[in-house]
Write a protein that binds this ligand. Structure first.
Ligand code: NAP
Ligand code: MG
Length: 394
């Protein structure tokens, strides 16, 4: 390796798996060069969360990162870790806002586990816009009859006023926004990711109803696509816009193998539907892509707390490391591509192949054994035995 990979360590069971993956699958084969950031909860606390900001800035500097799942503290965690001086914010939220990125989630598919939707032959990747709309909206309820207005006051005199609704009795109201800058970043990230993974891009909104709001999303995507059209033709891929309800029907009838870009709420809802239909959260990868191409790879699942407490009590757990391994292979491949290191790219391919060979041989973690097709002989092993089986094939 020539340029270091930004490595962000994390918490609980995934931190345990992180070390095992490095020991068994990476270090024996790769002359690994990383810049290490410990995003474990206690170290975030010791550094007043500066380590998260430093890791995000290092990612901007070097271009590629791999991240372990981390605890987002809540009230319960404050009791569990009395040394916490603050309920630190979600590291993923901090990193996402520094990188201004879009999150792409894709399932890892194997033949022995068929999606619930029979005609899906390839993975469907959801690209979720991670800013604004209902997630940054204000709302209230009213009791009296009256009128609700939406008013914009520009700093230089621009003014808009619209009646939301005149009501005759108790009612609820909501005001939401998005910014042109964020929508544009989202569009660039989607077109770049489609090119990088050579998949068609679909985008859906409800612009027949939200003519100005969703209409702006549609128009910005169309405008940004002009920059990418020639490259799309060259790559043999297409961009396709349709209404969200039409998209839902088409997705179900499709063979898969494309990226579905969704507004924030649609992406939240549809990613859970798509991931469940494909099988398991433990087989879902997540990639954060910034408009300048900066990329951070991770698993979509959390720190698997329940397994961690069993592991701490001395039990062997059958926690699935697939999504975390694929975060590593994705990051190493990307680093290899950027630095022209064909051996590193080849290693990433071989690592993923060794994982698939192991699963296809029926050696898997317990969560997957329950999902395989009837007649497929599968044997549940603990995480360490699973990693050893992959290492043997590698
Ligand atoms: P989780 O860690 O994803 O685990 C929820 C359950 O899903 C587990 O108990 C387990 O079910 C199953 N599961 C998830 N990943 C698995 C794997 N790799 N192998 C086998 N089973 C797996 O979600 P959570 O328990 O809600 O959250 C735990 C912590 O993770 C929280 O502190 C949260 O803040 C954090 N979190 C972090 C991220 C991130 O860093 N990206 C994302 C989400 C959550 P069984 O117990 O039934 O086996
Ligand atoms: Mg959700």
């Amino acid at each position: 390796m020539t340029t270091p990979l930004v490595e962000m360590d994390g918490d609980e069971m995934t931190r345990v798996l992180w070390a095992m993956i490095k020991d068994k699958l990476i270090l024996p084969f790769v002359d690994l060069k990383t810049e290490y950031y410990d995003l474990g909860l206690l170290h975030r606390n010791e550094t007043q969360d500066q380590v998260t900001v430093d890791a995000a800035n290092a990612t901007k500097k070097y271009g590629v990162a791999v991240k372990c799942a981390t605890i987002t503290p809540n009230r319960q965690r404050m009791e569990e870790y009395p040394e916490l001086t603050q309920m630190w914010k979600s590291p993923n939220g901090t990193i996402r806002s520094i990188l201004d990125g879009t999150v792409f989630r894709a399932p890892i598919c194997i033949d022995a586990i068929k999606p619930v939707v029979k005609n899906w032959e390839k993975a469907i990747t959801i690209a979720r816009h991670a800013y604004g709309d209902v997630y940054k909206s204000v709302d209230f309820e009213t009791k009296e009859p009256g009128v609700c207005k939406l008013i914009f006051e520009g700093e230089n005199g621009e003014r808009h006023e619209a009646v939301v609704q005149k009501t005759t009795g108790p009612a609820v109201f909501q005001g939401a926004h998005n910014t042109e800058k964020s929508i544009r970043s989202f569009a660039h990230a989607c077109f770049q990711y489609a090119l990088a993974t050579r998949q068609d891009l679909w985008f859906s909104t409800k612009d027949t109803i939200a003519k100005v709001y969703d209409g702006k999303f549609k128009a910005i995507f169309e405008e940004v696509f002009a920059d990418y059209e020639a490259k799309f033709q060259e790559a043999g891929i297409t961009y396709f816009y349709t209404l969200i309800d039409d998209a839902v029907a088409r997705v179900i009838r499709s063979k898969g193998g494309f990226i579905w870009a969704c507004k924030n709420y649609d992406g939240d809802v549809m990613s859970d539907m798509v991931s469940t239909a494909f099988g398991s959260l433990a087989m879902m990868t997540s990639v954060l892509v910034a408009p300048d191409g900066t990329t951070e790879y991770e698993a979509a699942h959390g720190t698997v707390t329940k397994h961690y407490y069993k592991w701490k009590a001395g039990e062997k757990t059958s926690t699935n490391p697939m999504a975390t391994i694929f975060a590593w292979s994705g990051a190493l491949r990307k680093r290899g591509e950027l630095d022209g290191l064909t051996d590193l790219v080849a290693f990433a391919d071989r690592l993923e192949k060794a994982c698939f060979d192991t699963l296809n041989a029926g050696i898997m973690t317990r969560d997957l054994v329950g999902l395989v097709e009837p007649g497929f002989a599968a044997q549940a092993v603990d995480s360490e035995a699973f990693l050893d089986a992959i290492a043997a094939r590698l």
